[in-house]
Write a protein that binds this ligand. Structure first.
Ligand code: NAP
Ligand code: SF4
Length: 668
């Protein structure tokens, strides 16, 4: 008897049956653009197919040059390209999986001079103004989709997904925001959706009846002048009639100012939208966004919100997600914590995507944890992300590993992060490692500072001793608390607070101090998410909740606060700070701290002196590496490796720490 009967139930599509209700959603990995990387892509998908995913969807491939995302990006336009794709389809089929290719026409989101769209309206995320297509031009794009579908079949795919959401080309025709045409492809709702329906009809014709055709439908545009709910329903019904097999859910355009996938978005926050469409169509509907664990997926399906769930990032984090759910091992799942740090932030920087909690993602052919031929006794000091990754990976390879942690629990900086509102998911990584320690047989010593004599007994030592908060030289700094005191140790904080240092942790601490607990409706109202039956696009003015505390967030640099935060997450933090009325001061000199508060001035000439009269000052001024064991162990001739924050504190970052710990473990 499974705990997930709805999730693991097969789905009969008439001409084929999917083994379960799990769709691996489309995600660009950076290996799509050149055929020479298809071996890596094949290995990546093969692992996920072996892991039991019901249906995989690839990253987006453009049906023609005009639809490319950027110059020389992935496309499916020739027989030769179709032949190259066989490497991918064969690998998936050999591993028992099914795979559809996503056809994505970027329209005005393309980052090149040859972009086209319904109207010549520049998007806020590309500097290139698109050319408005003629009637003939629109028909040529439809032809391109049909041709790409035939090529997909030739390449051995089991289906296609037509990208009709997220503000891409087809979505640009659907919404009055971007479609100002007065011909047969614009004006009335019927005309605006004509291209979507034509594309589905022609792709079905090109594919034949026994081919999965997923249409990704923007159910909530989350931009002004998006679609109304009536238009969404009519579109769903017409794409069904035109030959779609499955409707997948798209939430929010890329230019929307509502967070839809970052970690602070509540789990399954948007499945109600899919649920609302489901009774209006006769084909299976897939829901998506912030579903990351089997229990969440099961609840969504049991509630009847959808027929399938789509997850993309969770399969970067753990290729065996489905297999673990099937075999009662959900507690072994390496959960996607929706941080975006190694996946989407990389994609937007045109780097290869991987995963912060699973550095093997995208590196399947190069980063392997093979059994060791010579087992060693290895001590790992420090159970933060770097130490946990190293210890468990070493033990998995067959080494005898002992892990020493001075604190009373594992987690390191993640034990702080998980206490930040909106970052609760970080607790999942700690749970994952706790279980992996048990499974791999790592001997864990908590509340134990490892001494040199103990360590000298091991064949090799890995120092992952982490960091200590930096105490800046400000007169009176002894009156201040550190972020560890406040977040981890629960030190009392007054109603007026100054936060010194506005890096990732200063911003997190400010969110911690200004947080108001909200239910899902409260979260929607805070970000202005509403019903598209009431307001076009389903977005209205945000209604932030005023926090109980007044917080000042300070930095010495004169640049914008939060500049160094992730591309896909930084804007969410900045919007939240503004909404909470946090006073952000830059170019600050810290003169002194006393019982009145923080005395500051501005600029190199120390102008405009000001006293911030606060009850509490919290220091978030970065960290320094803890390396006191490095030299003593070297003197004793112990083979020592230094990783994570103990190696480089200036770039203290969990992505580097886990990657470094895993890669080191692969080589010992
Ligand atoms: P950080 O990003 O290096 O920021 C440290 C802050 O302290 C800066 O604002 C810096 O700006 C200030 N500072 C440095 N030395 C100072 C001094 N002597 N006196 C006064 N102020 C000083 O470090 P962090 O905030 O501790 O974050 C550490 C790492 O954790 C980050 O690099 C990031 O990778 C990760 N992290 C990221 C996030 C996120 O992306 N949301 C969240 C948490 C942590 P000024 O010198 O201009 O004052
Ligand atoms: Fe999920 Fe973060 Fe990994 Fe991306 S990098 S897949 S968001 S855990």
């Amino acid at each position: 008897m499974t705990a997930y009967p709805n999730l693991l139930k097969p789905l009969d599509l008439g001409f084929t049956t999917l083994p379960n209700r799990v769709l691996m959603g489309s995600m660009h990995t950076g290996n799509e653009d050149r055929a020479k990387d298809f071996d890596k892509l094949a290995a990546y998908f093969a692992e996920r197919a072996r892991g039991g995913v019901g249906l995989i969807v690839t990253g987006g491939f453009s049906p023609n040059l005009a639809g490319s995302l950027y110059p020389f990006s992935s496309k499916l336009t020739t027989h030769r390209e179709a032949r190259d794709h066989r490497t991918i389809t064969q690998a998936v089929h050999e591993n028992g999986g099914k795979i559809a290719v996503q056809l994505l026409h970027a329209g005005r989101y393309g980052y090149h001079p040859f972009t086209v769209s319904a109207s010549a309206l520049k998007s806020p995320i590309s500097k290139f103004r698109p050319r408005a297509l003629s009637d003939r031009g629109v028909r040529a794009q439809v032809d391109a989709f049909a041709r790409a579908t035939a090529l997909a079949r030739e390449a051995g795919y089991d289906g296609i997904e037509i990208m009709g959401s997220e503000g891409y080309f087809i979505n640009q025709f659907l919404a009055p925001r971007t479609n100002k045409r007065t011909d047969g492809w614009g004006g009335t709702p019927e005309n605006r959706r004509r291209i979507a329906v034509e594309v589905v009809r022609r792709c079905r014709e090109a594919a034949g009846p026994d081919f999965v055709l997923i249409y990704r439908l923007s159910m909530l545009d989350l931009v002004e002048d998006g679609q109304t709910w009536d238009e969404v329903v009519a579109l769903g019904q017409e794409v069904e009639a035109a030959g779609a097999t499955i409707i997948n859910t798209g939430i929010g355009w890329h230019e929307a100012r509502v967070p839809t996938i970052v970690t602070s978005v509540p789990r399954a926050a948007f499945t109600n939208v899919t649920a609302k469409l489901r009774p209006h169509v006769g084909i299976p509907v897939v829901t998506s966004n912030r579903i990351n664990m089997p229990q969440v997926a099961e609840e969504v399906l049991a509630r009847g919100d959808a027929d399938m769930v789509s997850m993309a990032r969770p399969f970067l984090a753990d290729p065996e997600w489905v297999r673990k759910a099937e075999t009662g091992r959900s507690d072994e799942i390496n959960t996607c914590i929706a941080c975006n740090q190694a996946c989407l932030d990389h994609t937007f920087a045109l780097k290869k995507a991987s995963c912060m909690v699973n550095p093997r993602a995208g590196n399947e052919t190069t980063l392997r944890l093979l059994p060791t031929r010579r087992a060693k006794r290895v001590a790992v000091v420090g159970a933060g992300p770097a130490g946990l990754a190293a210890a468990t990976s070493l033990a998995e390879r067959g080494h005898a590993v002992e892990l020493f942690e001075a604190d009373d629990d594992i987690g390191g900086q993640f034990a702080i992060a998980r206490r930040i509102p909106g970052k609760e998911e970080f607790a999942e990584t700690i749970r994952y490692y706790r279980r992996r320690i048990e499974l791999t047989g790592v001997k864990l010593h908590l509340n134990r500072k490892a001494d040199t004599d103990t360590l000298a007994d091991f064949d090799e030592v890995v120092l992952a001793t982490g960091v200590t908060p930096r105490i800046p030289e400000i007169p009176g700094v002894e009156h201040a608390l550190s972020y560890v005191d406040v977040v981890r140790r629960g030190a009392p904080v007054g109603d007026r607070v100054a936060v010194i240092g506005a890096g990732g942790i200063g911003v997190d601490v400010t969110e911690f101090l200004t947080h108001t607990s909200l239910d899902l409706d409260g979260w929607r109202s805070e970000w202005g998410v509403t019903d598209p039956a009431q307001v076009r696009g389903g977005v209205t003015a945000p209604k932030p909740v005023k926090p109980a505390r007044q917080v000042y967030l300070l930095q010495r640099k004169s640049s914008k606060i939060g500049k160094g935060l992730g591309k896909t997450t930084g804007w969410v933090h900045r919007a939240a700070l503004a909404a909470k009325g946090v006073e952000q001061l830059t170019g600050v000199n810290y003169e002194r701290i006393d019982e009145r508060g923080v005395h500051i001035s501005f600029g190199p000439k120390r102008e405009r002196p000001r006293v911030l009269e606060v009850d509490t000052v919290v220091v978030c001024a970065g960290q320094e590496s803890v390396r006191d064991l490095v030299d003593v162990l070297a003197e004793r001739g112990v083979v020592t490796h230094v990783i994570g924050g103990a190696d480089v504190a200036a770039e203290l970052d969990a992505k580097r720490a886990i990657d470094q710990g895993t890669r080191l473990a692969a080589t010992i």
